[in-house]
Design a protein around this ligand. Structure first.
Ligand SMILES: [Zn+2]
Length: 360
């Protein structure tokens, strides 16, 4: 196999959105306004003047001329996927689909059960930005907050005649539930769909494994690319660490279970020395100090990210605060490079060796 030569089409993390009106026209909306949801999340349509209740349900394609609308161009692009799986797609996919599954095998119950589990869900690929935002959402999920993630750069081998027309709107049909069976029914290799929950307004593909020609991989994040330490946030770290020490001192001074402490704070149990009241005050100032630190981290390390990316990022990284604030800050600036220095990360994965997934 000669190495695939793929075109990058980075659309960045500093983006705004467009919202669809019932009149059929889209109106621009800044990510900050979307994130704030002020005025009851209402805006005026710039075409007909009617009020639009904005949100995922009316998110429109960000770029009406998105290059991924061109069926013939899809296989020329670098696609991306993040996963906690060190080998993605799994070798089962490759074996089953490279060799082709004999239809008669499908009638055998055990064979059916075997292939149903790992191969029934379609695989998903999108822009680099969509892959990173997907990882942040998964990190925000408790189970994956400390998981090792991998970034895959994906070369596709798509027959342009076996892709759905236009795009499926995630609002109407949940794209993440697309099964390979559904693709089979319509004899499609890929379903193009509009993202409305993360990387809002971009196009991703739900594909059959045999649409993947080869993948490159790196582990995330990339410590070598971490954002340089910004001394301007030292103050914020010191304040949060002081508040953290005061919080553990206050907890030590009140040797009861967290549930009992909560009951004391709420006045459901007596608090004769006022230790529970003190704990509550200290906890509030700790939370304030952490929020101020988060704000400073966003300003220092995510200067060019949209408000939506900042929020997703800060929520995801917050799971690391309980590991110690210094570790948290180090993780933050290491992860931030995936957003702020995307080009360097893409260059890093693009020089890795290719792993062949299917025969071309
Ligand atoms: Zn309108």
């Amino acid at each position: 196999m000669t190495d695939p030569l793929l075109t990058e089409r980075s659309d960045g993390f500093e983006y705004d959105l467009r919202m669809m009106c019932a009149c059929g026209e889209a109106t621009p909306l800044s990510a900050a306004e979307y994130e704030e949801g002020s005025h009851g999340a209402r805006m005026a349509c710039s075409h007909c003047g009617e009020s639009i209740h904005y949100g995922p349900a009316v998110a429109a394609l960000r770029d009406p001329a998105d290059p991924a609308l061109d069926d013939a161009a899809l296989s020329s692009f670098a696609w991306y996927h993040t996963s906690t799986e060190p080998v993605w797609p799994s070798p089962n996919f490759a074996v089953d689909f490279v060799q082709g599954i004999d239809d008669r095998d499908l009638l055998m119950p055990s064979r059916e059960a075997y292939i149903a589990e790992p191969t029934s869900k379609a695989l998903h690929v999108g822009t680099y930005e969509a892959a990173i935002e997907n990882m942040l959402r998964r990190m925000n999920d408790e189970l994956d907050s400390h998981s090792q993630f991998y970034l895959y750069r994906v070369a596709l081998n798509l027959d342009p005649t076996r892709i759905n027309d236009g795009f499926r709107d995630e609002n109407h049909e949940i794209a993440s539930d697309i099964t390979t069976h559904e693709l089979d029914e319509q004899d499609l290799l890929a379903v193009r769909y509009l993202n409305v929950h993360e990387a809002i307004g971009t196009l991703s593909l739900a594909i059959r494994p045999q649409a993947i020609l080869a993948v490159q991989r790196i582990a995330l994040p990339v410590p070598r690319l971490a954002m340089p330490v910004d001394p301007a946030i030292d103050d914020g770290i010191r304040q949060a660490m002081t508040a953290s020490r005061r919080l553990s001192d206050a907890a030590d001074a009140l040797p009861v279970t967290p549930i009992e402490r909560r009951k004391m704070e709420l006045g459901m149990k007596p608090d004769p020395t006022g230790a529970a009241k003190h704990y509550r005050e200290v906890r509030h100032s700790y939370n304030d100090a952490v929020r101020r630190l988060e704000q400073r981290l966003e300003d220092a390390y995510l200067p060019f990210a949209s408000a939506l990316v900042r929020r997703a990022f800060t929520k995801a990284a917050a799971h690391w605060q309980s590991d110690g604030l210094e570790e948290y800050v180090t993780l933050y600036r290491t992860l931030a490079a995936l957003v702020e220095h995307a080009q360097d990360v893409i260059e890093e994965v693009a020089v890795q060796g290719w792993r062949r997934v299917t025969a071309s």
